[in-house]
Design a protein around this ligand. Structure first.
Ligand SMILES: Nc1ncnc2c1ncn2[C@@H]1O[C@H](COP(=O)(O)OP(=O)(O)OP(=O)(O)O)[C@@H](O)[C@H]1O
Length: 467
């Protein structure tokens, strides 16, 4: 019968002492870790890595010819997705810190008891499995229908709505018409602008201008440039950013904040394809595609008379809305994993594991700052974490203190009375939470450990049942 191998990727055990290799492989196999390759010659590691599918390397620190440190540095550069655990005969803090800085997942002293060694290995396997699962999911979702999935790799998502947005953006990639990107602050509009630019295959640069707070003179000067002597201080010709973006893309961020006069100039630029540098009567042609973004509701802005209707209609030829994070909570695990990895890399720390309850609890949070807020929280949490688990401190004020453990004593059911049904208990809990939260559904949902839409559905069902 064919033996089942575990884990799904191979573990590579490298040590110049054959006796340690033998005893360690026996121990690992005894605990069901049988997908193992051993190597007593560190010079062979490069070949093995190239030929096999290694997910975790257990590496001896002190070896002749090629030290564990050298190999670790090489592995971290060539195979950054592979976890490396360092084994060493020496119990030295300096050595451990150095290895972690070089990218080791953990540092273990050989004399440490076997349980501890196995725990570290299991943790590394778990981290690696999650990461492979996430990679596979993304690859599957991205490759399914997209022709240019590479252009979207910076935007982490597995959300079906975002996938159809990506497909739409692919379909308009060769258009010269403007694209309007809407969505709350921090949802990733700038990342999407970058993806649109890449998709277009234009050779010129992507030039970004935040137009919020620019008065009309600065807007015109920044975008269109000026002729020599156009105004006091204009002692030489200045070409504007429209010209810098020639052959590429001009991305105007925060377009909802554009002044009324600048709105007319932008409309003319889009309609005529021409502009005048300040102080010049010779028009220039725009040779860039324009992308604009805003977190404002342009329809409401228009109705209030703050944004020109004709400009809005010109801009919305191609329009995409990026949903807020609370509308695509399924992306939370992917995003958390991504930010934990980038934060660990940036802070030069081994990756920490993420407590599963964090994701459940964050599903009740509104994320007013969207992905930008999540990113900042994770970076803060990684910097405050101990070696193994992501610190929950930065999340405490959002998700509340850890839930008190429910004990039988706290729920008292008199033995001589019938038990309440689950439906009754459900109703009681919902009513209690809504009362405590002063009828704020988001807050109540957080107390109950469910999402706000899930609570809203329950309340609706309860109402229907009581009618
Ligand atoms: N889906 C995502 N995957 C990875 N990182 C993301 C994602 N969405 C946003 N980010 C990150 O969150 C931060 C904010 O993103 P970005 O600046 O693109 O948002 P925005 O919608 O343009 O915000 P604003 O309206 O405030 O300009 C950036 O650091 C960005 O890299």
């Amino acid at each position: 019968m064919k033996q089942t191998l575990y884990p799904q990727f191979q573990l590579l055990l490298v040590d110049d002492e054959p006796s340690f290799l033998r005893s360690m492989s026996l121990t690992l196999e005894r605990y069901g870790l049988n997908n193992l390759i051993t190597c007593a010659d560190p010079r062979q590691v490069q070949n093995i890595m190239a030929e096999e599918t290694i997910g975790l390397v257990l590496l001896d620190l002190t070896m002749p010819v090629l030290s564990g440190q050298e190999l670790l540095t090489w592995l971290n550069e060539e195979y950054p997705d592979v976890c490396v655990i360092i084994f060493s005969g020496i119990n030295q803090v300096d050595a451990a810190v150095d290895c972690v800085k070089r990218g080791a997942f953990d540092y273990i002293v050989k004399t440490t008891d076997q349980e501890q060694i196995l725990e570290a290995i299991k943790r590394a396997i778990h981290t690696q499995e999650l990461s492979l699962e996430n990679q596979a999911l993304r690859a599957q979702l991205l490759s399914q229908d997209l022709d240019q999935a590479d252009c979207f790799t910076d935007f982490i998502t597995a959300d079906p709505k975002m996938m159809s947005t990506f497909r739409y953006l692919e379909s308009i990639s060769s258009s010269n018409q403007p694209v309007l990107i809407t969505g709350e602050s921090g949802v990733g509009k700038e990342l999407i602008a970058g993806a649109i630019h890449e998709l277009s295959g234009r050779n010129g640069p992507l030039v970004t201008v935040n137009v919020a707070g620019l008065d009309d003179n600065i807007f015109s000067d920044t975008l269109f440039g000026h002729a020599k002597g156009a105004f006091t201080g204009a002692d030489k010709v200045r070409s504007g950013l429209v010209e810098s973006a020639a052959g590429g893309t001009l991305f105007l961020d925060e377009i909802g904040d554009l002044s009324p006069t600048s709105q007319i100039k932008l409309l003319r630029l889009l309609q005529e394809g021409e502009y005048y540098p300040i102080g010049s009567d010779r028009p220039k042609r725009i040779q860039a595609r324009v992308i604009v973004a805003t977190h404002q509701d342009l329809v409401a802005q228009q109705q209030e008379g703050n944004f020109r209707k004709d400009l809005y209609y010109r801009l919305r030829t191609h329009m995409v809305r990026i949903p807020p994070l609370r509308e695509r909570l399924n992306d939370l695990p992917l995003l958390i994993d991504h930010f934990v990895r980038s934060a660990s890399e940036e802070l030069q720390r081994p990756p920490v594991s993420v407590p599963a309850m964090l994701i459940t609890q964050l599903q009740g949070y509104e994320f007013p700052g969207n992905v930008r807020e999540l990113r900042a929280l994770i970076f803060d949490a990684v910097s405050q974490s101990d070696e193994e688990e992501l610190s929950l401190k930065p999340f405490q004020s959002l998700i509340g203190p850890p839930k008190a453990e429910l004990t039988k004593q706290k729920l008292s059911f008199p033995a001589d009375e019938p038990l309440p049904t689950l439906t009754q208990l459900n109703k009681l809990l919902v009513e209690e939470a809504m009362g405590r939260a002063n009828h704020n559904q988001s807050l109540a949902a957080r107390m109950l450990g469910i999402s706000q839409p899930a609570l809203s559905k329950r309340i609706k069902n309860m109402k229907e049942e009581s009618e």
